[in-house]
Ligand binder design. Sequence first.
Ligand SMILES: *Cc1c(COP(=O)(O)O)cnc(C)c1O
Length: 438
Amino acid sequence: MEAVDQTSSGGGRAGYFGQFGGMYVAEVLRSPLDGLAEAFEAARRDPLFWQEMEDLREQYIGRPTPLLFAENATRALGGAQIYIKLEGLANTGAHKINNAVGQALLARRMGKKRIIAETGAGQHGLATAAVCAKMGLECTIYMGEVDIARQRPNVFMMEMFGASVVPVRSGSRTLKDAVNEALRDWAATCENTHYIIGSALGPFPYPDMVREFQSVVGAETKEQLLTRGVTPSVLVACIGGGSNAIGFFSPYLDRHDGSGEHDGSGEHGGPGQQEPRLIGVEAGGRGPAPGEHAARMGGQGVPGVVHGYKSYFLLDPHGQVQETHSISAGLDYPGIGPELAHLGETGRLEFRSTTDEEALEAVRFFARHEGVVFALESAHAGHQAMCCARELSPDQVVVVNMSGRGDKDLFITARAMTPGPWKRYLLDEAAAISREEL
Ligand SMILES: *Cc1c(COP(=O)(O)O)cnc(C)c1O
């Protein structure tokens, strides 16, 4: 393991956000990562690349996604106005496809015919498998054996898209082990294979690349607000690895240059023009005891190096990655993207946490008042948006990113909200299957 300190011409260190980020990888991965960084820089400056992207965003992802004024929710809470960016209306149900499309286009440009990806709950694997089907790329998804058992519907979908889902049997047989397995595959196959990481983390250039592809969420939101003459006071997003949050916040962050360095200050729009507050929401799970949540920035995380980059992680006293818990599978990664760690340290970004119970409450609230079903991950942000709205006055505006829609959570939400009827339904289904097999 060796740190590679890349110095950019702009003065900031490429790949670093303050002390976080970097490229802490084994020697064999240096050259594929350097090659990827180069290809990404070239693509970024090529109008043809962005034209292809624009076509896919419009025809395939379904962009722009709507910005909804949540009028009923606003009235019910009696405080600030709430707007919801309906990112969950994107194809495959969440923001993850923005990144998958971008990286798949890049892979094709680089002449790679095979895509690999890691997945935890299956959302990133699903988006990647869908895009590979669309673009005619071979696709292998690494997934922990434990996750495969818990996430049958997503495994079914990935296989339907033609991907091969490889069970990972090492370690805790969950996401972090799937990442290790994908890195091992890539080290041996990078000649013809591209590794699509699913969040704004990992070694340089992944955090920069994923932010770039997800920044369309924030750019659209900013324009949609501007068109309606609305000035936001607060933006709220949930944080797993941090890709929907960094994309959503992106147009409201100040950057010196292309290096990804921030000055961390929140006021830079000239006199009288204050930038909105930015709130990132982590999983409070079942409470603050170790292993019961995934609030890395909320006090229990420590700086460390895991999976090729430096950031905040939940580690045990021996420096091993800790177990985490969240009702939402997308928020239980033990680490956080390096740029968000830096923005937290400088104070530009505020961190809050929402418990499992509060997230379910938010799902129920927005379903009832707006006819919109938040994914459990996004409902963490929804809950904090409700709290903010209550704290602020009616002339202020809270904008929340609904990173995904909640259809995928049916097996969790229905079980939690109406346990009796749901159990009966599942037992009846199982009985019907057994009868057919006789
Ligand atoms: C994966 C996922 C997240 C968490 O990932 P980020 O990289 O932090 O955005 C949040 N919401 C949904 C709907 C997801 O599928």
